[in-house]
Design a binder for this molecule. Structure first.
Ligand code: NI
Length: 205
């Protein structure tokens, strides 16, 4: 191969950088999104239109008056998602009757594979009140953006399938849909319950 000039090489690199960005210029890196969340740089949350695990259309308005505990993931996730979903289920149990004010939601980042019937089987493993939400790729992309969720498809090593890289924060929203904060992935159930409990005792705004 003939050595190319530095100028041509630079042009090629720039072109690659531009075309990689051009695919979806609004996508942000995991680090950038973490920075936004950590320092509350932008609002978190917002309206959504998704399909629940019974195949019913759901929007944020359906959950008005409830606190929401929202987790984004995918059912084929080998360990992080199940661990956190289990913690969410246990935390709700530990909150007892007060915990009924909290609606747990699992929003899939893999709508291609996580169809409503598939989600129905999955969510029942973690808590009887856990609602699984799916939708088309655009609807999922929109809600993920609102919650500053990072996710990206990664081909599996055998090249036959894919897995997802995703951020795993657990979001707590108040009764009127305002963002209160997030729990980091791996937060134990008891700690989650301890942090949520005083929030539930606050008077309705
Ligand atoms: Ni996961």
């Amino acid at each position: 191969m003939r050595p190319r000039s530095a100028g041509a090489l630079l042009a090629t690199i720039l072109l690659c950088a531009v075309s990689a960005r051009a695919q979806d210029p609004s996508e942000r890196s995991a680090g950038e999104l973490m920075d936004v969340l950590m320092w509350n740089r932008e609002p978190v949350g917002g309206p959504f239109a998704l399909i629940d695990h019974h195949g019913k259309r759901r929007t944020e308005a359906d959950f008005s008056g409830k606190f929401l505990l929202i987790y984004f993931g995918f059912t084929y996730c080998p360990d992080v998602c199940p661990t956190d979903l289990q913690a969410i289920g246990l935390a709700l149990d530990q909150l007892g009757q007060a915990g009924e004010a909290v609606q747990p939601l699992f929003i899939t980042l893999d709508p291609e594979r996580d169809t409503p019937p598939h989600l129905a089987e999955y969510v029942s493993l973690f808590h009887p009140r856990l609602i699984g939400l799916s939708g088309d790729a655009t609807a999922i992309r929109t809600v993920a953006r609102q919650y500053k969720v990072y996710y990206a498809k990664v081909p599996t090593r055998d090249g036959l399938g894919y897995t997802l890289d995703h951020s795993g924060y657990i979001y707590l929203m108040d009764r009127v849909g305002r963002y209160l904060g997030f729990f980091p992935p791996g937060t134990p159930a008891e700690r989650m319950a301890d942090v949520i409990r005083p929030q539930l005792e606050q008077l309705q705004p």
